[in-house]
Ligand binder design. Structure first.
Ligand code: TMP
Length: 220
């Protein structure tokens, strides 16, 4: 059986990744492509426990190194228990964030950053030579993204706003970092302006995915 594809969605806070991921999964299902929706951190039951530690509470309760280790623990569990088995079964896996988030947040975002080589070593250990087939980077001015994200958090019982509460420059740096990463790997990344209506953005993503994977020839 042909292996499935691995598509990741990346971007800062409030860029609309999870909405777009859901819409793409529904579109793929219509075409007869079996797609699962997942996320990091927290794509597994055990990962949910790590997620709670990582995204709630005081922003300074741990530093970037501790975060990188926990995000990578979550990633390893996610890959071995969910992503790789699904891909082996021919399913397409759509993930809301993956390893690029660690580079954007734990390297580009912080003043006291994790060295880039350390993140590369963690990648080699936990992920090996596996990579996303496509990474959709939703690019948005963090002023707009943070406002959206805080508005959403207002309706949540448990506030997942640990990173949102960091200074504005942190979010600006990680946005610039993402754009740099996309420039370095143009064959894997597609950058899409996220400052547009949900349906327009969805249509752009559909166009990218259709072209990249030759989807018109997919069986219904
Ligand atoms: P989410 O709320 O967009 O799902 O993401 C959880 C938070 O964790 C978000 O603020 C980004 C952050 N994050 C990192 O800092 N490093 C990582 O490796 C991942 C996957 C997420």
């Amino acid at each position: 059986m042909a292996k499935g594809k691995f598509i990741t969605f990346e971007g800062g806070e409030g860029t609309g990744k999870s909405t777009q991921l859901k819409l793409l999964a529904a579109y793929l299902e219509q075409l007869g492509v079996s797609a699962i929706q997942t996320k990091e951190p927290g794509g597994t039951d055990l990962g949910q426990e790590l997620r709670k530690m990582l995204v709630t509470g005081d922003k300074d309760k741990m530093d970037a190194v501790a975060e990188a280790l926990l995000y990578y623990a979550d990633r390893r569990i996610h890959l071995t228990k969910k992503v790789w088995p699904a891909i082996d079964e021919g399913k397409w896996v759509l993930s809301d964030r993956f390893a690029d988030s660690s580079v954007a947040y734990q390297y580009y975002g912080y003043d006291k950053r994790v060295p880039f080589e350390t993140l590369e070593n963690l990648y080699n250990l936990a992920v090996g030579d596996f990579k996303p087939d496509l990474t959709i980077l939703l690019d948005l001015d963090p002023k707009i993204g943070l406002a959206r994200s805080m508005e959403k958090a207002g309706h949540m019982a448990v506030k997942e706003t640990r990173h949102e509460s960091r200074e504005f420059e942190f979010h600006q740096r990680l946005r610039d970092g993402y754009l740099e990463m996309a420039k370095r790997e143009p064959q894997r990344f597609v950058v899409i302006n996220a400052d547009q209506p949900i349906e327009n953005l969805h249509q752009k993503i559909v166009a990218v995915v259709t072209e990249r994977f030759n989807l018109s020839s997919c069986p219904k």
